[in-house]
Design a protein around this ligand. Structure first.
Ligand SMILES: C[S@@+](CC[C@H](N)C(=O)[O-])C[C@H]1O[C@@H](n2cnc3c(N)ncnc32)[C@H](O)[C@@H]1O
Length: 318
């Protein structure tokens, strides 16, 4: 395994927009909610160079605490054959919560692409896939997980909910969002262009970028998605205008959803981070095209709206 200290070198070699490395605290804060899912399971991290991946590190450190049967990690190498790392449960170590298991490294024939036959074979043998995959391939990535009916917990961008590979599954309540979302800091490669905002260089010279709209996509049940969103506003036609071209009211802040409106309501896609399918039904998601007339008579096109309906028996509307 390569040393962590080479990380800048490696990241600058890769140097693509997909090179964002997840902080261990972000992984711990989400994964602590799913501990019960991992007992006796095979976990696959398929976009994870063990030299840099905190997903690998998290599962290696917590292997016996979680009761894993096996941990497998593969990663993409653009210019040379890649390799896989594997930890297999040793029965005499079960219950030794702090035992740090060793791994076996095996060469792969190919480059470790998550779509390669070798990676797909490992996917088939896995129970749960957990990683932060390349943003640029996110649609293909989720499509593959769905095709192989795998359980997963992966980091993505909230805007990806509108992808045709994802939206139908969100609407059918087959995929949902995890506990944490919002802005998060990620390590970025040495050659990453410096930014005025949401960018810093730490005391070791490591560059970091803060990115917004980050969330977790999963099909592992969460307790959060069974909790009602607290809504307390009352509907009135003056406060909640209807779109010009769609029979729904515009609510630009999730907290302002009227509790007593039974018609269709348009809300920003951040709503999905608090969506309880027993409280609301998703009617549609529109990337653009919903028109709203402003007081001065001009018409504004609304960006990314989820169209929802309160299914708890609200009074007003149609
Ligand atoms: C957003 S980064 C996250 C890396 C790591 N999973 C983490 O969370 O720190 C996505 C990683 O996927 C890798 N990658 C790009 N294309 C890939 C592919 N086709 N198959 C597997 N990994 C790929 C990138 O090199 C990059 O390291």
């Amino acid at each position: 395994m390569k040393e962590q200290t080479n990380s800048n070198l490696h990241m600058s070699r890769a140097g693509k927009t997909d090179e964002f490395y997840t902080d261990i605290s972000m992984i711990e804060n989400e994964l602590r909610h799913y501990r019960n899912y991992f007992k006796d399971k095979v976990v696959f991290c398929n976009c994870d160079d063990p030299a840099f991946s905190n997903f690998w590190k998290y599962f290696q450190i917590n292997f016996y605490m979680l009761g894993l049967r096996k941990l497998v990690s593969t990663h993409f190498e653009a210019d040379k054959p890649s390799y896989k790392l594997e930890i297999i449960r040793q029965d005499d170590k079960v219950g030794q919560l702090s035992f740090l298991p060793d791994y076996v490294q095996t060469p792969l024939k190919g480059d470790g692409d998550f779509r390669s036959p070798e990676a797909i074979q490992l996917l088939k043998e896995a129970d749960i896939v957990v990683t932060n995959p390349p943003f640029s391939l996110f649609a293909d990535y989720i499509a593959q997980l769905k095709a192989f009916h795998k359980d997963f917990l992966v980091i993505g961008n909230l805007n990806a909910v509108t992808y045709k590979e994802i939206l139908p599954s969100i609407m059918a309540n087959e995929i949902w969002l995890g506990y944490n979302s919002g802005h998060f800091w990620f390590k970025v490669p040495e050659n990453y262009e410096e930014k005025k905002t949401d960018f810093r260089i730490d005391e070791n010279g490591q560059k970091w970028r803060r990115m917004g709209n980050i969330c977790w996509y999963t099909n592992l049940d969460t307790t959060q998605r069974h909790e009602d969103l607290t809504i307390f506003k009352n509907y009135s036609p003056d406060l909640y205008p209807k779109y010009d071209n769609y029979d729904a009211i515009e609510v630009s802040r999730v907290a302002n959803i009227p509790s007593d409106y039974s018609g269709i309501i348009g809300v920003p896609i951040t709503f999905l981070t608090q969506y309880n399918p027993d409280q609301f039904e998703i009617i549609d998601v529109k990337s653009s095209g919903l028109l709203l007339k402003k007081n001065d008579g001009s018409v504004k096109s609304m960006y990314k709206r989820v169209l929802i309906k309160n299914i708890r028996g609200a009074r007003h509307g149609n």
